[in-house]
Design a protein around this ligand. Structure first.
Ligand code: SF4
Length: 295
């Protein structure tokens, strides 16, 4: 198939837009979507210090690369990366080495924090107790360290590599669980002591992020976390992918619909307090991290 813009060999067919694109027009398309969202949602402002949550997986690797490409010439902006080593043996070592490689090549300051250092334990040890699902522990504890590290670095924004698939799955999961509280939180409201999270890849489908990384020769690992498999998310991923094949554009519709209702969902005066155990921001007197760690 030929690229419909220049006639060169196409590397992708985007069913949702009915477009065949060659390598350079595909890369241009991905970067256009990201720049558009950055502008539309005012993700980046003058003098921002952007910390990128860099797990070393394909999404965060692509995110750091793209933000560097877009903003490298901007003298008023600073870019740094934070990697959290959760202690997942046989998996995190590899993605960590990708993160170190890319930040080294791009000359971006890189901070590495670990569960071991912050909490005196690892995800592998915590999951042995079987008190909570691995992804719940991992997500909550990682968010805690990421926010703290970003705050300590003086970051004004924390960039997360969530792609369109992640966003659509999360929105649908929260609808199905009836979890309005979580829905208000993914809409990105300002909260005291929380570094504002931005998601520049939110309009790029997962497959396109992977292809972007491949075409740009980024260090991408195909290994999967041994704990990957949150039951409901996997079911929703499969369902959404099947639905997308039959009804191209479904994931975009889900995201667009959520944007429309997110303002109405946000409670006017959501109370954020300091956790009485660790002092971190929390919606309850004891934060979720401390509750999960049994503090
Ligand atoms: Fe953490 Fe779960 Fe992701 Fe593994 S799959 S890195 S345990 S959130």
């Amino acid at each position: 198939m030929k690229c419909q813009r220049c006639g060169k060999t196409a590397v992708i067919y985007q069913k949702y837009s009915n477009a065949h694109l060659c390598k350079s027009h595909f890369i241009e398309d991905v970067e256009r979507k990201i720049k558009r969202d950055i502008r539309k949602f005012k993700m980046v402002e003058r003098n921002d210090r952007i910390a990128v949550a860099l797990s070393g997986g394909k999404d965060s690797i692509a995110l750091l690369y793209i933000l560097h490409k877009i903003f490298d010439k901007r003298q008023d902006l600073e870019l740094s990366a934070i990697t959290i080593d959760e202690g997942i043996s046989g998996y995190r070592e590899k993605t960590l080495s990708h993160a170190i490689k890319l930040t080294g090549e791009l000359g971006i300051p890189h901070t590495i924090r670990s569960f071991e250092y912050a909490f005196g334990t690892t995800l592998d040890k915590l999951t042995e107790k079987k008190e909570a699902a691995a992804c719940t522990l991992c997500g909550v504890l990682r968010k805690n360290i990421l926010n703290k590290a970003a705050r300590e670095l003086g970051a004004t924004k924390l960039a997360i590599g969530h792609n369109l698939d992640d966003e659509a799955q999360t929105i649908l999961m929260n609808y199905l669980r009836g979890d309005v509280d979580r829905m208000t939180r993914i809409s990105g409201a300002f909260q005291p002591r929380m570094v504002l999270r931005i998601k520049p890849l939110r309009s790029v489908p997962e497959k396109e992020v992977a292809l972007y990384g491949f075409l740009n020769n980024l260090p991408v690992s195909t290994d999967e976390c041994p704990y990957a498999g949150e039951a409901l998310r996997n079911e929703i991923r499969e369902m959404l992918n099947n639905y997308e094949v039959k009804h191209p554009g479904t994931k975009y519709s889900l995201l667009g619909g959520f944007e429309a209702v997110s303002q109405a969902l946000r409670p006017p005066g959501m109370q954020i307090v300091q956790c009485e155990k660790c002092g971190e921001p929390s919606s309850e007197t004891v934060c979720k991290t401390c509750r999960l760690l049994g503090r």
